[in-house]
Each structure stands twice: as C-alpha cells, then as structure tokens.
Design a protein around this ligand. Sequence first.
Ligand SMILES: Cc1ncc(COP(=O)(O)O)c(C=O)c1O
Length: 438
Amino acid sequence: MSVNEKIIGFINQLREEGETVFPFLYNKKLETFDAEKDWVFYSGPYWGDEEVAAAMESLITGKWVAAGENVAKFEREFSKKYNFNSSLMVNSGSSANLVMIAASKKHFGWSDGDEVIVSPVGFPTTISPLVQNGLKPVFTDITYHDLNFDLDLVEKAINSKTKAIFLSPVLGNSPDIDRILSICDKNNIKLILDGCDSLGSKWNGKDLSDYAAVTSCSFYPAHHMTTGEGGMVSSLDKELVKMARRFAWWGRDCYCTGATNLSPVGACGNRFDKWIEGYDHKVDHKYLFSEIGYNLKPLELQGSIGLVQMQKSDEIHIKRRETKNRLEKILKKHLGDRISIPQEDNKAETSWFGVPIICNENKLKQMLVEHFEGNRIQTRNYFAGNVLLHPGYKHLDDAGKFPLANRVLDEVFFIGCHPSYNEAVFERVDQVLSEFKG
Ligand SMILES: Cc1ncc(COP(=O)(O)O)c(C=O)c1O
C-alpha cells in the first residue's frame, strides 16, 4: 500500500471514529446541507481527501518543505493544460500580479511614469502593482450592463505613454477580446491579463490567457482552483516568466527550481563562473542578484495540492457555468426587471467566479443583502466597487470622473457560483427569495 493510500485510510479511520475531518471542505459540507441551519457560502475549497492527502504526503515523504519538485511539476502541468510555455508559482494572486508587472516593465523596457489602462472597478491588487512599480494607472469608466471596460473610453485614453491594457474580467466574464486585441495591435501596446477570477474562461473557443502577453492567476479558496493560498504567472514568453521568477525569488539571477536546484552545476550548466562583471573570481550563480526582489515563494505542499486540483479544472468549469444559469433563473423569477445579471458575449464561454447582481436602486441592494445574509446566504460586494473611493487609492484619481464605476458600490453585489451547489442549495435560494418582501 502506498503512503498516499495509507494516509487516505487514516483519514477514513478518523471519520469512522467520529472525528470531525476537514470541516473547511465546503463541497463535503454541502453533501449534508441542512436548510434549517447551514449557510450557503459564496465559495470554499472544492477538494476531496486526495488534496489533503497529497499535502500530507509531501510533508511526510517529501525532500522539500519550501518550493521543490511538486511546485516545479505543478508549474509544468499548469503550462501544458493552459497552453503556456512557462509558469511560475507564487504565494498568492496578488504576488502574481506584483511580479508580473515588475517583470513586464523590465522585459518590455517600460519607464517610470509610463501608463497602463486599468478599470477602477474590481480588486485593489490589480491596481497596486502598477503604483508599486512606478507605472501610472490610467482609469477608464465601465459599461454598466457587464461592469467591464468601456472600450470606447479605453481607446480614447491611449497616448504615446500608454504601454498596456491590464484586463481583469469581471467575475470571470470578459469584454470583447477581438476589439481589445485590435486596439492593442493598432497602438502597439500589450494586453496583460489579471486572470485571478477567470481561470478556464474562453473567447472564441480559446482560453482568455491565449490572447494576453502574460497572465496571473489566484489559488485562494474563493477561486476556481485552490491551493489554500497561491498564485501563478504564465506566458508563452519564457524569458518574461524567468524575469518574474527573479523578482519572486529574492531577485536572484539563477532560475534553478525543483530537482535542478539540487544539481551541482545548476540548470545553466555553468553554476560557478565569472558572473560579476569587473570581479575577477568565480561566483556561485545561486548568489548572483540581478534584480531588487522579494521572497514570494509558495510551499511545496501547495504545489502538491495544485497537481490534484488540476485534474478537476474541466469539471469545475462546467459546473460553475451550470450553477450560474440555475441561480440566474431563480433570481429573475423572483426579482424580474428590478435586477439585471451580466451575460456572456456569444463568443465567450465564461467560467463564472460568482453571480453578479445589478440592482435598479441602492435601496434594493441593501434590502437584498440584508435578506440573504439574514437567511444564511452569503453575499459579497463586487470587491472594492470603484477603488478610487477608498482611502488608500483616492489620491490616484478623482473618483467623481467615473459615474458608472461609482454606482457599483451602491447597486452591485454577488452571490456564490460554487461548483458543488446542489438541488438543496438551489431550493434554499428559491425559498429565501420567495419570502423577500422588499
Ligand atoms: C481580480 C483579482 N486579482 C487579484 C486578486 C488577489 O488574489 P489573492 O487573494 O490570491 O492575493 C483577487 C482576489 O480575489 C482578484 O479577484
């Protein structure tokens, strides 16, 4: 019997002995969903025992505690699955954005003060890496029906300092990628994707990330795939990912990972050489620092979990789409024209992060949120709404210039779209909405 099988046996034994095992596994909890007392959480890990067993196995038998061969293998498998030439795993989606922007600036030769167009509506750590890297975020307002970029305004915002459009599709749903690509082509600028909410989402049958120069991803439990915490930077351009790795691994020049990190000659085959110009002795490449970096590495057990989660990614995509459709019908049945729910374009195949709900007035949002939460159905703001309303960000631009973005905090929220929502959950949402008196 393998160690992994023994661990699974041990987990089952604990279960038989009446221990509470993995109470955080949301999909397991839903198997016995009790509408009288349980919450409908907006998200949570979609795991089986096998993810936890893989993590435990890597701790018990692994050669590495910090990022090692399982992280390296996860990076390779992730690249294979989503058509990249290279990927770098880091400790969060925010870290992925941070090193993705740092690496893009260096790799594409952008200068301090160069401009990147970004939506003011969404998650703050899409925007913060631009500021942290000396770039200027240029905000454009949204189109209200889908809460995504208004592409007419994006086009108008481009000038000689613009280097990229940084797209973060709203709850996984992309704007018109064909048009964005043509804007990028015409102006010779890059498309960079914050794919933290959109893993698996497609446009014209291809992954959204196929259209971007570089893409980030988050593996926080609310996201499509989770490793507890974690993130990924991926691209067809191996040099760009190598640069991102430098920033994430202390700024060091060496790009050895996993097993090659143990090789006496290193991945470059030339570990001890005269690496420093003007210094006439050999230096270990592992200790050559070519960037001012961070340490944003993941743990090995996160790589082990990722390898198991990958096998479920297609099933997660299908189920999230089904769940969105089911919940949308229920919401519309009870609320009709008082709400609208963003739709995917006919070229899109969205892997929904949640079900966005746009209310026709602020009072309705407040009442619905109160009603859902009071009946144990979790809700979430569409993250920051307009991030420029927030104390840490308001110096970046005048929030008043973005009237539609400002309505998001007032009128928009979302409920979950978890791949393991079942009939009992759909019935609960239906029943709770049927009792809504607002
Ligand atoms: C669009 C977007 N980008 C980045 C992040 C940050 O990811 P993490 O929580 O892994 O740092 C999030 C978090 O939910 C997000 O929604």
